[in-house]
Design a protein around this ligand. Structure first.
Ligand SMILES: Cc1cc2nc3c(=O)[nH]c(=O)nc-3n(C[C@H](O)[C@H](O)[C@H](O)COP(=O)(O)O)c2cc1C
Length: 151
């Protein structure tokens, strides 16, 4: 399956590390959201959307990009994110936007990411070193599952 990953990773490139491993495993094209156009998606059947979580939301540039997408038919998608805190922030909103535009959602991945926002930076942040080798292996296993499902 022709696969594209569109991502935003602005804090410590945490999500970019995950995106690169997934792209490698899937043989996917990898595009920062700032370089993606809605038409870019035309050539792909499976599209991954990922970013860090900022103020309990996916990055605004990714949300704006999805908001600007036309309705699609027959496209699968997956979402992924890195986060300082708990799992599940902002994911329902992104999924709803994708479903409203006609995407099927086939999977979701997240892991912790180094977070030095605000006062956290005073003591080196939280989740230092994350995503770590184990997180990236989890991301690889997730991507391998997609590859097996959509060869
Ligand atoms: C401005 C800002 C706001 C953040 N807000 C949240 C948040 O609401 N919840 C959370 O779990 N992590 C939050 N984080 C932590 C990031 O989600 C985490 O560091 C993530 O791995 C960053 O990904 P990136 O390096 O790919 O940008 C925030 C980070 C920044 C810079």
């Amino acid at each position: 399956m022709n696969t594209l990953i569109v991502y935003a990773s602005v804090h410590h490139q945490n999500t970019e590390k995950v995106a690169k491993v997934m792209a490698e495993e899937l043989g996917a094209d990898l595009v920062p959201v700032g370089e993606a156009q809605p038409e870019t998606l035309t050539a792909y059947d499976l599209i991954g959307f990922g970013s860090g979580i900022y103020g309990r939301k996916f990055h605004k540039t990714l949300l704006q990009f999805v908001k600007g997408l036309p309705a699609v038919t027959g496209k699968q998608s997956f979402i992924f994110y890195t986060r300082g805190g708990r799992e599940g922030q902002g994911h329902a909103a992104l999924k709803e936007m994708l479903v409203n535009r006609g995407f099927s959602i086939t999977g979701e991945f997240s892991c912790k990411g180094w977070d030095t926002v605000g006062p956290l930076k005073l003591f080196g942040g939280i989740n230092k070193g994350r995503p770590n080798a184990e997180d990236l292996e989890d991301a690889r296993v997730f991507a391998r599952g997609l590859k097996e499902k959509y060869p």
